[in-house]
Write a protein of this length. Structure first.
Lengths: 448, 282
């Protein structure tokens, strides 16, 4: 009996379902036009938009914000299929002209179809970036238009580009200003070798070493708290006439920093958000000092800097200037500076002896005695006097180098992995010594 | 039963007839088929490559035509025509002169893709050109070409001669005996060898020591980017007499391949290509 009722109910239910499922919804119109017409109209929409701004567009393109900074482009599209461009990618900022096309790729795309400024970012032949360049692209997918601002997406690295209409062609000259702004983070012979990223909040201050890469325009600030906890932020930099913008934006404790203004008086870039402030630039000291200095005289018996072993950018222009001065002083004797050797283990009278080689055809070694003290997380040297006849003879000429070693504020020491220069690599650990009195002076060499 | 079949037949006929009820006629295509905007260069390309030889020159950027893993860019528009004029002079004209006016039209790549920048391989080497399936040649470094520099220009056009040799081989295979002359030193790590080292082993260039097909193409390309005197000087400059003999043997095989398969005197071709190249540089 029960089965019969159930069967009946099921039957009617099925019937009802069958009937309602046949409910037609075919007459609902989702699109008014055929796909090909819609594609065509979207193509003309973008073409018209590109021509709409008579003075052109400005955009900042970060080709890959996990590796590189960004660049500013000004573009003026013309109805004959050409586009004029200026950019701050390199020193050749003048206007170039190439072709562009709007068409259907994986979606509606803008393609810069013959060479122009933007292709400097996909040039694989940039020294230091061989094979990749800045990983730029030539085609950009059209996403949206908002009050004349056109948004594109670059398909390889998902970079977002916003083309903003420019009011006046005079603005195009901004590429020279943003290019000049770049120089404010480039080390010179007189700037400190230390660059810090500093965040100030109502609850305190945190200092990071900036770790800025001037080729990639990329920074990876690192902070090492007392407990040994390392935190790292990464961002690309695009320079502007007023300062710079970072991408991805920096998010710290719920505060987002994106636009930084250059403060010429302090030579730093600053971003203020309410009571919070982030800034970066040159500083007199590193953000944190490692325990490496404790190994001087124990794990490391000595250090060698030898000019003939090639160049490493960790030897600063400020230190090169010291060597240049020494060479001028000793030029009259027909000799040039080649080697500085430091030995950190004291002799019986508690002194250490450093050697300087200024060869002509043969080696000419001068030696000097110091008292060495490790304190305040630095190395302090006190001069005792020359250690041999050459030392006595050349003491005055070598004074610039002795002054570096006798920094009244001590010398920072840090290890830097295995030794490598433009021409040489050793498995020895390398290290740097930086004058705390004049932090533009830093020397890189190997330890043993 | 017959009635049922009859009914079904009538019903089917009826259905077929009403299904033919007229719809709207076929309208014009909705796809935009109008001629794209042609620049002066585009017109020149149509007149000099598309019409006479059925070769498409692709100088505008199309990401689907290149390796997506490489960072490349399109050539500067003004560099395209000077390059192609040289292509005509050192490749199309000499072959046409000796092989007949339809030679290039019959056996040729259907498409040239031009790329402005360097194509770096993971090994650090640079690829100057690529031939794919005998139908397409991609030329890189178009923006770096300096037509006043003989060595550079020759190195560049060695790419075209080399890739075209592959296309000829794909049409008429060469004698497999060629690959048995000295196969022992073919290596995929050819780039670790200098050109001089390769020559002492009996290969005309370092790249020739990578495989027999590259060896064959390099022999042709080297002969077509040197004069006979220069080529002889290269061979006579090799220290190993055994290597000299090997290269002379390969030279004979390449010459006879051109003669039997295409009726072309390779030495005559070498002379014309060389003369045309010198005319351009000067």
């Amino acid at each position: 009996m029960n089965t019969k009722i159930l069967t009946k109910i099921s039957f009617y239910l099925l019937l009802v379902l069958l009937v309602v499922s046949c409910n037609s919804d075919d007459d609902e119109t989702i699109f008014d036009e055929t796909p090909s017409k819609r594609i065509d109209s979207r193509i003309s929409e973008l073409k018209n938009l590109l021509l709409a701004s008579s003075e052109g567009y400005r955009t900042v393109y970060f080709p890959n914000n996990e590796k590189y900074g960004g660049f500013t482009f000004f573009m003026k599209f013309k109805s004959d299929g050409t586009v004029e461009m200026r950019s701050d990618v390199d020193a050749e900022t003048s206007v170039t002209t190439g072709a562009y096309e709007v068409g259907l790729g994986s979606t509606i795309e803008l393609t810069f179809s013959t060479r122009n400024q933007i292709h400097k970012l996909s040039d694989s032949n940039i020294q230091g970036l061989i094979g990749t360049g800045y990983e730029g692209n030539s085609n950009f997918q059209y996403i949206s238009n908002e009050d004349g601002k056109i948004t594109f997406k670059e398909p390889r690295h998902n970079a977002i580009l916003v083309f903003e209409p420019v009011a006046n062609q005079d603005n195009w000259a901004q590429v020279d200003e943003s290019l000049a702004m770049r120089q404010n983070l480039v080390p010179t012979a007189t700037t400190s070798v230390f660059q810090q990223f500093i965040v100030k909040t109502p609850s305190g201050q945190t200092n990071y070493n900036l770790n800025y890469d001037g080729l990639r325009f990329y920074a990876g600030p690192r902070n090492q708290a007392v407990g040994g906890v390392v935190s790292e932020i990464n961002f690309g930099i695009a320079y502007t006439p007023q300062g710079l913008i970072v991408n991805p934006p920096i998010e710290l404790d719920g505060v987002t920093y994106e636009t930084f203004t250059y403060d010429a008086a302090q030579n730093i870039f600053v971003s203020k958000i309410g009571d919070n402030e982030a800034s970066f630039g040159f500083n007199d000291a590193p953000a944190f000092i490692t325990d490496d200095y404790k190994d001087l005289g124990s794990s490391f018996g000595g250090f060698v800097y030898r000019v003939s072993e090639g160049v490493n950018p960790l030897t600063s222009a400020g230190f090169d200037a010291i060597i240049a001065q020494v060479n001028t002083n000793i030029a009259g004797f027909g000799i040039t500076f080649n080697t500085l050797e430091m030995y950190f283990e004291p002799n019986a009278s508690g002194q250490v002896r450093f050697w300087i080689n200024t060869p002509n055809t043969g080696n000419i070694w001068s030696s000097f005695f110091f008292e060495l003290e490790l304190k305040e997380e630095k190395m302090f040297l006190t001069y005792v006097g020359p250690g041999n006849a050459n030392g006595t003879f050349l003491e005055d000429e070598l004074q610039p180098l002795l002054d570096f070693l006798l920094s009244t504020d001590g010398i920072y020491f840090e290890t830097k992995g295995s030794f490598s220069t433009s021409t040489t690599s050793y498995s020895n650990t390398s290290g740097t010594f930086t004058s705390a009195q004049n932090p533009s002076q830093r020397v890189y060499g190997f330890l043993f | 039963m017959k009635k049922i079949i009859y009914l079904i037949t009538v019903l089917s006929c009826f259905l077929i007839v009403i299904s033919c009820n007229s719809d709207d006629g076929v309208e014009a295509s909705q796809i935009d088929t109008s001629t794209p905007q042609l620049s002066e260069l585009d017109v020149w390309l149509r007149d000099n490559f598309v019409k006479p030889y059925n070769i498409e020159i692709q100088y505008k950027w199309n990401e689907n035509e290149v390796d997506l893993n490489r960072y490349l860019y399109p050539p500067t528009e003004t560099n395209v025509k000077p390059l192609l004029e040289v292509v005509l002079a050192v490749w199309v004209d000499p072959y046409t002169q000796l092989g007949g006016k339809d030679f290039i039209k019959t056996i040729s790549p259907r498409q040239f893709t031009l790329v402005g920048g360097f194509n770096f391989n993971p090994s650090g080497t640079i690829t100057l050109g690529l031939a794919e399936a005998g139908t397409k040649i991609t030329l890189f470094n178009v923006d770096q070409l300096d037509l006043s520099d003989l060595a550079l220009t020759r190195r560049y056009f060695q790419t075209i001669q080399h890739e075209y040799a592959h296309i000829l081989n794909q049409t008429k295979p060469f004698d497999p005996a060629y690959g048995e002359i000295n196969p022992e030193n073919y290596t995929a790590q050819w780039f670790n060898r200098s050109i001089a080292e390769a020559r002492e082993l009996g290969y005309i260039t370092d790249y020739a020591s990578s495989s027999e097909s590259e060896d064959f193409a390099e022999m042709i390309a080297t002969m077509l980017t040197t004069s006979k005197t220069e080529f002889d000087a290269i061979v006579n400059g090799i220290t190993s007499t055994e290597a000299q003999g090997i290269i002379r043997q390969k030279e004979q095989m390449v010459v006879s391949y051109f003669n039997t398969e295409f009726g072309i005197d390779l030495y005559k071709l070498q002379e014309i290509v060389n003369q045309n190249t010198l005319d351009i540089i000067n």
